[in-house]
Design a protein around this ligand. Structure first.
Ligand code: SF4
Length: 481
């Protein structure tokens, strides 16, 4: 018998350290409010097939939702691809039961139609799901009319139909965070997660975030954000990483969230980390972030060369990078720089300029991400199409054949800098300096790949908490004492 008001949500992600599927807490809240019951199976903590078999012996839900957080690791070294596992999971589910399967999540929203086709799902929701998923379940319960459900993808005679996008009003959104076991994720993953807003309005050529989360930024009421922090602190979570693409955009919202954390005194009970862009960032924000409990900032600076930043369509310049480092140092905020090496326009000169700049500034940590993942629908995807036939393009690595939507890992690594030989060049340049994280799986202490990172897993078991780059920094400092 179908349980007509129940949806089963499945988290197929089993990366280590574990990362909590925050979307389930947000969706669960919206579903409960609409009168639906949510069951959860989490591959992070359980054998998936055993759990599914046991579940379907007892129950048949109205629908099954699967979250796709990432399509792949987004690291040139390794290039693991996750969609085959999702496809296998969906094939298995279809072999043991009859409920319709709907996929969603940030990874899904990168290329919704192509992914829905690839994994064989019945339905999909791109971008925000908090309004769409309850409406979809109501349609399943009643008339099967999917036409007016925002963000929904469905099939008519084997053709996928994509309904228009509509953003959820997040202003007063205040989920109690009760669906997933947040404390267990924190205990085994080292950090809690929270969103203060959604979307990014920037146009960086390689970035899929505006496609996945929306090009219009929707901010949450700072008081609602504080209420969510409080709910998680009450569950025993006291160190967070914000999920916002760039916390400091818009600047006023970031300052207001910090003020609300200070006014509510929540900053006394926790620490937090954020991703920020070098612009907009000013002295007042640095001071407020420190006062509100911010322990560290990861700035995606990409390059230390103005010409290269222009190629990437970043809004900041080298002067901004120098300034944010000073502001963080003055305010005692630990600082991480993320660099992206090898995009179109990269030359040996821009590379050398970048490395020299970072060595001169000396942030607490700097990550070298070499090779740029080409995601579908980005400006970079357009650029490579203009560069000629993909199989013959000397700047591309990964799956170059039969990969029309770039779903499978495809990387741009400019031949101008010697292609793959840049790994050796950079390895010599940065040496064993612990300031650098480098995607060299042979060198675990400098390993920049946080998936299956046993050093991190063990450190978290020992009680370390924080952003992964900062846990590795703290470990290194302890070992060098
Ligand atoms: S890199 Fe950052 S600022 Fe640029 S589009 Fe992506 S999220 Fe936005």
């Amino acid at each position: 018998m179908i349980e007509k008001s129940t949806i089963l949500l499945i988290n197929p992600l089993r990366i280590k350290p574990v990362v909590g599927p925050i979307a389930f807490d947000y969706l669960g809240y919206a579903l409960n409010r609409a009168g639906f019951q949510v069951d959860l199976i989490d591959h992070a903590f359980t054998d998936l097939k055993d759990a599914l078999n046991a579940y379907f012996r007892e129950k048949l839900p109205l629908a099954i939702g699967i979250t796709i957080r990432n399509t792949d690791t987004c690291m040139f070294q390794g290039q693991a691809f996750f969609l085959d596992e999702i496809k296998e999971l969906i094939t298995y589910l279809k072999s043991i039961q009859k409920s319709p399967i709907i996929v969603g999540g940030v990874g899904f929203s990168i290329a919704p139609e192509a992914i829905m086709e690839y994994v064989g799902a019945d339905f999909g929701i791109q971008q925000d799901g908090e309004d769409a998923l309850p409406l979809f379940l109501q349609a399943l319960q009643t008339n099967h009319n999917f036409q007016n459900i925002p963000n929904l993808l469905y099939r008519i005679e084997n053709q996928i139909v994509c309904n228009p996008i509509k953003y959820v009003n997040l202003t007063k959104f205040q989920p109690p965070r009760h669906l997933i076991n947040n404390f267990r994720y924190f205990n085994e993953g080292g950090q809690g997660n929270i969103e203060t807003k959604r979307g990014c309005d920037q146009k960086c050529i390689y970035c899929a975030d505006p496609l996945c989360k929306g090009r219009i930024i929707r901010v949450r009421d700072p008081e609602s954000v504080c209420a969510e922090f409080k709910a998680l602190i009450n569950q025993g979570v006291n160190c967070f990483h914000l999920c916002d693409s760039e916390f400091n955009n818009p600047l006023d919202h970031a300052k207001n969230v910090c003020r609300a954390l200070i006014d509510s005194e929540l900053h006394r009970h926790m620490t937090w980390y954020a991703y920020c862009s070098p612009r907009p960032f000013d002295e007042e924000l640095a001071m407020l972030m420190k006062k509100a409990g911010c322990a560290g900032i990861n700035f995606g600076i990409d390059s230390g060369d103005d010409e290269m930043l222009r190629h990437l369509r970043r809004s900041h310049k080298v002067g901004d990078i120098i300034r944010i480092a000073e502001l963080c140092r003055t305010n005692q905020i630990t600082l991480m720089f993320d660099l992206l090496i090898g995009a179109p326009g990269e030359t040996k000169t821009s590379l050398k300029t970048t490395i020299e700049l970072i060595q001169e500034i000396g942030p607490d940590r700097a990550g070298l991400s070499i090779g740029v993942r080409v995601y579908p629908r980005t400006e970079l995807a357009k650029i490579i199409k203009e560069e000629g036939p993909i199989p013959k393009n000397p700047n591309l690595y990964g799956i170059k054949e039969n990969n029309p939507n770039f779903l499978k890992p495809l990387y741009y690594l400019s031949s101008e800098i010697g292609g793959k030989s840049v790994f050796n060049y950079l390895s010599r340049l940065v040496g064993k300096d612990p300031m650098w994280f480098f995607a060299d799986p042979a060198e675990q202490t400098q390993n920049y790949n946080y998936n299956e990172n046993l050093i991190l897993v063990n450190a978290i078991k020992e009680g370390y908490r924080g952003a992964y780059w900062d846990i590795l920094r703290m470990l290194n400092e302890k070992n060098n004492k």
